[in-house]
Design a protein. Sequence first.
Length: 163
Amino acid sequence: MSNHHQLKFISSHPNCEVKQHLSNEQNGLFATASFSKGDIIIDFGSSKIVDTPNYLTVQITENKHIHLSPEYLQYINHSCVPNVLFNTASMQLECLTDVAIGDELFFFYPATEWKMSQVFDCHCGKPACVGLIQGASELNVEVLRKYKLTDFIKSMAQKHKGL
């Protein structure tokens, strides 16, 4: 069995559970129900609104960043091939692709973040991997066009990049 599949159960939630990757001790959120593209997994809200982003926040306006509620949604990790989007207009976690039971949920961080507090190198290993993950402000229009973006990020990209 590869490290990729060695997971430790952490907690159970509606339609998903938090598990820890034993290879790197990183937590992730995994589906316990199957979903189709366009399905809504859960409505979300904010437990706190801050004016400065951090690694746990999702951006909703230029100066508003929310801490997710329910809190376990913070365990949705980044991928350059995302299967969900935090739709900050409807405040719903929506499926971008079909999701099977056991799939880890991933979102594309620049789809919700204009500028990020912590940049990092992506190791998703996908052919479409962007490499250095920064906010949408740092990505070129060709890359941004490949993704479903929140209305806020779309409007910022139109204003600043002519998306």
